[in-house]
Write a new protein. Structure first.
Length: 94
């Protein structure tokens, strides 16, 4: 039952990602950042779902670990966006 729900969610998220990617295809320079943001959204949703399942099963330590790993992965994915923002801010200041 849970696998069917996750399968349904993943198919919905993938169709949403394809729709958003096609809508933002005019912004070629931004498409890689949009993909990163969609990955972050997917990771945060999956992490929250797994964390909630762990909490429901009484595994609070595993739930906390899952949330921590999700946050670390999101921080790693944010680095290219932060780098580009720093480049833009330095360019504006000079």
């Amino acid at each position: 039952m849970i696998i069917a729900v996750f399968g349904f969610l993943i198919s919905g998220i993938s169709s949403l990602a394809e729709n958003l990617t096609s809508r933002f295809s005019d912004f070629q320079s931004m498409s890689s950042y949009i993909k990163i943001c969609l990955k972050i959204l997917g990771i945060s949703l999956a992490t929250q779902a797994v964390s909630d399942i762990c909490k429901d099963c009484g595994e609070s330590a595993l739930s906390s670990l899952t949330e921590t790993v999700g946050k670390v992965v999101i921080v790693i994915l944010v680095f290219p966006i932060a780098e580009k923002l720093l480049e833009l801010s330095v360019g504006l200041l000079s």
